[in-house]
Design a protein around this ligand. Structure first.
Ligand SMILES: Nc1ncnc2c1ncn2[C@@H]1O[C@H](COP(=O)(O)OP(=O)(O)O)[C@@H](O)[C@H]1O
Ligand SMILES: Nc1ccn([C@@H]2O[C@H](COP(=O)(O)OP(=O)(O)O)[C@@H](O)[C@H]2O)c(=O)n1
Length: 444
């Protein structure tokens, strides 16, 4: 008998109608494990009747969850849509588990997404699958303690066990704050088909890629008592004119991954075109970047989204008097957000023309967006040559070329305005010449 594992599952999913085998797929709570098999996600669902093939090669075998002789734990955070407390709880748990301290420190922590198979336009509930290679009872105790310390009521706790035929069962436990636990249900873990879209795609517009000032503002408004800087950002947004309109001079945005040459090109353009150079996030909020970069996706992306609206008001003003060059704008905010949320392989990205790539209707549109691209090798050379401290995300970019490819591909799928690709590998003067030529062609 293999050792047991634990799973903490979302309350809302655990409260859903009885699952599942043989019943309508529309009520089925499903889960995707991120990073279990390289870039592939592992999908599973729950069957209360216990039906399911004993040795189906597609079925998640106990070994996927229970690394013998270890134990496996997982947890999901119950979430109301766009809930700041839930997003922060997820982030706190993530930090505590990846902190490298105590028994949880030696566990392998994978992402877990809980979603409904009916294709609802909601964001998945986020959690973790935690594999303890040593199967130590202390890990279970540490997890229970961690969850009980996170406010009332603690998330439900599921326990995985291997059955007599080698199948996998999950027991869902209600953790009592004062100690002890009560069994809520027991269900068989069975393989689920990969959904037509990555589970994070339907909710992208609600939790990561904001398509209106209002949507982003609603998120930061929930944060004002927790993050004082949120109030300061909202005050600046409040001072901006409602609908910023572009002046008569051209507005050109330069986009690209870090170290592709945006600073170099934008500064040269400023001089060549006698233009105003702006950047997103703007100087007025950039002192708070670190604060928001440490917050969960929901809050972090709302901060950058609002930054774009503040820049829009600066663009509106400046473009009445001279050409305007913008170093990063909405396409950066959206491309990084999409690439971060969509785990697994490139094919998991929303397909071209998906609404997530559409420009927000209430955001000032530039005349031209140029995307600087260089080979991964050249980009790393430039990053190292610059010798600057890298952001956490940029460090990940360097380590994770799949992520970098997803950012670049998302840039390329942006719509109306799309990004015009520029090979930025040649010498600085050469790149500037190409860019000036394109601007002239477009704006004449
Ligand atoms: N065309 C180029 N050829 C060689 N090096 C370049 C070129 N453009 C920029 N660099 C160098 O690469 C590094 C990153 O460029 P930078 O303009 O700071 O990129 P970004 O603003 O996109 O992060 C800098 O050290 C810069 O001097
Ligand atoms: N308009 C913007 C600009 C940056 N960002 C975020 O900021 C990060 C890149 O900014 P950066 O300052 O490191 O990039 P560089 O301007 O240094 O190349 C990305 O990871 C994005 O998540 C954004 O979301 N929207």
């Amino acid at each position: 008998m293999l050792p047991r594992g634990l799973a903490l599952l979302p309350r809302s999913l655990s409260a859903m109608p009885a699952p599942l085998m043989g019943s309508s797929a529309h009520t089925r709570p499903c889960f995707a494990v991120e990073g279990a098999g390289g870039s592939e996600l592992v999908y599973f669902t729950l069957s209360r009747s216990g039906e399911g093939p004993a040795r189906d090669p597609c079925c998640p075998q106990p070994s996927c969850f229970l690394p013998a002789p270890g134990r496996c734990y997982s947890l999901c955070v119950p979430a109301a849509p766009c809930s700041v407390p839930a997003a922060r709880l997820h982030r706190r748990l993530q930090q505590r588990m990846s902190g490298g301290q105590g028994p949880l420190g030696r566990c392998r922590v994978l992402g877990l997404l809980g979603y409904s198979a009916d294709g609802a336009q909601t964001a998945p509930e986020k959690g973790f699958l935690i594999q303890d290679p040593q199967g130590s009872p202390e890990t279970e105790r540490a997890l229970e303690e961690l969850l009980r310390s996170q406010g009332e009521p603690p998330p439900a706790l599921g326990v995985y066990e291997e059955g007599e035929r080698g199948e996998l069962w999950q027991s869902l436990w209600d953790l009592r704050r004062a100690g002890g636990r009560e069994l809520l249900r027991r269900a068989r873990v069975v393989a689920a088909e990969a959904p037509p879209l990555h589970p994070a795609v339907p909710g992208l517009r609600h939790v990561a890629v904001f398509h209106s000032l209002e949507a982003a503002r609603r998120v930061l408004e929930q944060c004002t008592s927790l993050i004082p800087e949120a109030k300061a950002v909202l005050d600046l947004v409040h001072k901006c004119p409602k609908h910023s309109k572009k002046g008569d001079f051209p507005v050109i945005v330069i986009e690209g991954l870090d170290a592709t040459g945006k600073t170099t090109v934008t500064q040269s353009l400023k001089a060549s075109l006698n233009a105003v150079l702006l950047r997103s996030p703007p100087a007025s909020i950039s002192q708070w970047r670190k604060t928001f970069d440490d917050e969960p996706t929901l809050i972090r992306r709302a901060f950058y989204a609002l930054g774009n609206y503040i820049v829009a008001s600066e663009i509106a003003k400046a473009s009445t008097e001279s050409p305007v060059i913008v170093d990063r704008y909405w396409h950066s905010t959206a491309a990084y957000a999409i690439a971060t949320e969509i785990s697994g392989k490139m094919q998991n990205l929303p397909s071209a023309h998906h609404e997530v790539y559409h420009w927000p209707e209430d955001l000032l549109k530039p005349d031209l967006v140029l995307l600087l691209t260089v080979s991964p090798e050249e980009r790393i050379r430039r990053l190292h040559g610059r010798g600057l401290e890298k952001t956490e995300e940029e460090t990940e970019l360097e380590a994770n070329s799949l992520f970098r490819q997803k950012v670049e591909e998302s840039y390329k799928r942006m719509d109306n305005p799309g990004c015009q690709d520029i090979d930025a590998s040649p010498a600085r003067e050469e790149v500037l010449k190409t860019v000036l030529h394109l601007i002239k062609k477009h704006c004449d």
